[in-house]
Ligand binder design. Structure first.
Ligand code: NAP
Length: 312
């Protein structure tokens, strides 16, 4: 009988990628239990039509998670910071995942996490503001703090990174100016930023679950390719056939001051990618990602497959 993987975020990027990877491999020995708050939504219906078992549960309701995890072999845990922007809520949701996984006695959890950026800055470092009281990058720091909740649960800590899909999902693609030139602005200097296709995060999680015990207790960092913004711009010019893409390497304080929701959070995040490029890249490996997921895409491959979505 196929081993059930209960997948949080199944209607989203990371969990959706895992569900599709399981469903694309019917002989692989696993089945997908897709968790959503709303089984009637189109993305849930599409998963059901493709063969997933769709069940309702809410990250804010630990009892609903216990029911959703019952009888499952594995759990994919992901929280969505961007729905509420609260580090404390994200930690509580992660605790609910860990507590429910423990109660259900699952054999393997893959927890989608990031590192605590405060390890790279002393508390009195003034290069970037503290946010939400005690965090530098709340959605990174909270996920790492939440790792501790998984003590006693057989867990793999999957360190993800910036999705190239943000170009269409978060409106981060270059914009065309009145002069016909494209431009975009990031406080990334000339640093190489680790990127990945979000679909490949789910596929890597599937690789971990298939490999099983050897990954329990391990931290696995993945990326598809590390590129500077200039390099990404050049690849966009080529891949999309657009005119020059001008990169404005703005100061992080300028970026934070722009005031859109999450500007301070994203300003701090990009500054971490820039200022701590070395340790951040050292925590992630293309080779490991490829071993887990031989179909791993680099930026150009991702772009060729997704160019119709990138709004330029
Ligand atoms: N964007 C990036 O570059 C990036 C990089 C690394 C890490 N991340 C992290 O990725 C996370 C988001 O993952 P994603 O991009 O895969 O998400 P997404 O595509 O935005 O979708 C969000 C998913 O979370 C589920 N969800 C949200 N709140 C829930 C709740 N209370 N109960 C149950 N399910 C809930 C949604 O399910 P329903 O709505 O169907 O219930 C949906 O499936 C964030 O925490 C972010 O920090 C993002």
């Amino acid at each position: 009988m196929a081993k059930v993987i209960a997948v949080l975020g199944s209607t989203g990027g990371q969990g959706g990628g895992l569900c599709r990877a399981i469903l694309a491999d019917p002989g692989g020995g696993f089945s997908c239990r897709a968790i959503t708050r709303d089984p009637s939504k189109d993305k849930a219906k599409a998963l059901a039509a493709a063969g997933a078992e769709v069940v309702a549960a809410d990250l804010d309701d630990v009892e609903s998670l216990k029911k959703a995890f019952a009888g499952a072999h594995g759990v994919f845990g992901v929280t969505n910071f961007w729905e509420h922007f609260s580090a404390e809520k994200e930690k509580q949701q992660a605790k609910n995942i860990a507590d429910a996984a423990k109660a259900a006695g699952v054999k393997h959890v893959v927890w989608s996490t990031l590192e605590d950026t405060r390890q790279w800055m002393k508390p009195d470092d003034t290069r970037m503001p503290m946010l939400q009281g005690s965090y530098r990058v709340p959605h990174f720091d909270a996920k790492d703090e939440a790792n501790a909740f998984f003590a006693g649960v057989p867990t793999t800590f999957l360190r993800t990174t910036f999705y190239w899909d943000n170009l269409y999902m978060f409106g981060l693609a270059p914009k065309k100016g009145e002069d016909g030139k494209y431009s975009w602005a990031f406080p990334l200097g000339n640093a190489k930023m680790a990127g990945i296709a979000v679909e490949d995060i789910g596929k890597s999680a599937y690789g971990i679950l298939k490999a099983g015990d050897q990954y329990v207790g391990k931290t696995v960092g993945i990326m598809g390719e590390a590129l500077t913004v200039e390099e990404m711009g050049q690849k966009l010019e080529k891949g999309l056939g657009i005119g020059p893409v001008v990169y404005n390497a703005v100061d992080a304080n300028t970026y934070r001051s722009w005031g859109f929701p999450g500007a301070d959070e994203m300003g701090n995040m990009f500054q971490v990618y820039r200022d701590f490029e070395g340790p951040f890249l050292a925590n992630r490996s293309v080779a490991t990602a490829k071993q887990l997921n031989p179909q791993l895409q680099d930026f150009s491959t991702w772009l060729a497959a997704n160019k119709s979505k990138v709004p330029v």
